[in-house]
Design a protein around this ligand. Structure first.
Ligand SMILES: [Zn+2]
Length: 411
């Protein structure tokens, strides 16, 4: 594959920087103007490439490079363009841009291929805005609907549905996508590893065996606000202390399941009307439990619920749990993984089979079609951070391995 890497890199720099803030981090949150601007940048570059482009009602952006045999089910590749707040330049966007280069190369060089190759940029993959991940692919796969999405809100109280205006006048495009995804040959998502395993081992490519699933919940603690000077210690009902004890317990539960490779995190805490001289009367936290062993995840969840029950009794707090996600680990398709393995061997790239600790759109598509993931090392394993970085050799490897796999399947 002989292409102009520098041209790709200059496109990459523009698109991956959309939403850059003063600190150098990327604020390209789902369904914001920046998110839509990144799609526009990508669409502009597709202009003249004779690709079919399509935006569905979930704001997923699809490209298609038709093969010579329309009877063969297409191969889909892709990832996402949105970022976490103050995020980096590689999570999601690398998979889209590597895939875009494959399509561009096929189109510009008139490479013959029988099977159609499609690219998708799924919308709202990150959970940071609405506390729900992979909304675009969930909608396209028929795993959620606008009614269910209404309970998920961002910090300003808006739900994803408020931004999906197309849902109102073209809802059938989602049913069309669900049907389409159940008919494709398979889906391959290239993504940075977001952890240190590949870099530490000096390995070029990770082939994902299974994607860890999250159990996520919001916990609302309600006690009573009091004057921090006038209210004696034995008469208090401090919601923040209840949350603090829970945070420590979540860490303890996660550590107790480390041998099963499960993890547990409290990533947010919110104290409304907080003030130094007020005993906090309310507090909300979000708990994220993940693993590739469902029974281990359930032990953490059960331990947490027991602990919250104990807090209710011992501290007289009102504690409400809202389950936000309850998912099962998703195995990737072995056959597609072996095709990736074969092409690593053929191109001299080192590889290892590994689990994905993070969730990805591939876990939803896997419900309808064989799915696989290719991991690329990122510097220091750092991700969801403005310091996210990928070495040039690994950027080149991304495009190369994706191209080889696509041609192996579609030629
Ligand atoms: Zn991602």
């Amino acid at each position: 594959m002989d292409y102009d890497f520098n041209k790709w890199m200059s496109d990459y720099r523009v698109i991956s920087a959309v939403g850059e803030n003063a600190e150098g981090g990327i604020d390209r949150l789902a369904y914001t103007d920046y998110d839509f601007a990144a799609r526009t940048e990508l669409l502009n570059r597709a202009y003249g490439m004779r690709l079919q482009c399509f935006l569905d009602a979930a704001e997923n952006l699809w490209f298609s490079k038709p093969g010579t045999d329309p009877d063969l089910p297409p191969l889909l590749i892709g990832s996402h363009l949105d970022t976490v707040p103050n995020g980096g330049r590689y999570d999601g966007v690398l998979g889209v841009m590597a895939g875009f280069q494959v399509l561009r190369y096929l189109a510009e060089n008139k490479v013959a291929h029988r099977r159609t190759v499609e690219l998708v940029a799924f919308s709202c993959e990150e959970s940071s805005r609405f506390n729900l991940s992979t909304i675009g692919s969930k909608l396209a796969c028929g795993m959620t609907d606008p009614e269910k999405l209404k309970k998920y809100k961002d910090a300003s109280g808006s739900s994803p549905v408020d931004f999906l205006s197309r849902l109102k006048y073209a809802p059938e495009s989602l049913e069309d996508r669900r049907k389409h995804l159940s008919e494709i040959l398979g889906y391959i998502e290239l993504h940075i590893e977001q952890g240190p395993v590949l870099e530490t081992g000096g390995i070029d490519v990770g082939i994902v065996e299974s994607i860890a699933a999250p159990i996520r919940l919001r916990v609302d603690f309600t006690g009573r606000s009091d004057h921090s000077g006038a209210c004696p210690m034995d008469l208090r009902s401090d919601a923040l202390v209840g949350a603090a004890l829970t945070i420590a317990e979540v860490e303890r539960l996660g550590r107790s399941e480390a041998s099963s490779r499960s993890v547990a995190t409290v990533g947010t805490i919110n104290v409304p009307h907080q003030a130094m001289n007020v005993v906090p009367g309310a507090c909300t936290i979000h708990v994220d439990i993940r693993g590739i062993d469902r029974s281990s995840m359930e032990r953490i969840y059960a331990g947490l619920r027991d602990f919250l029950q104990k807090l209710r009794v011992e501290r007289g707090l009102k504690i409400e749990e809202t389950l936000l996600s309850d998912e099962y680990p998703v195995p990737m398709d072995r056959h597609l993984g072996e095709i990736i393995e074969r092409n690593c061997k053929n191109t001299g790239l080192s590889y290892r089979w590994m689990p994905s600790g993070a969730g990805h759109d591939a876990m939803n598509v896997a419900k309808l079609a064989p799915s696989a993931m290719i991991f690329i090392p990122c510097v220091g394993g750092i991700s969801h951070n403005l310091k996210e970085n990928v070495l040039e050799k690994d950027l080149r490897n991304s495009i190369q391995i994706l191209y080889e796999v696509v041609m192996d399947i579609c030629r």
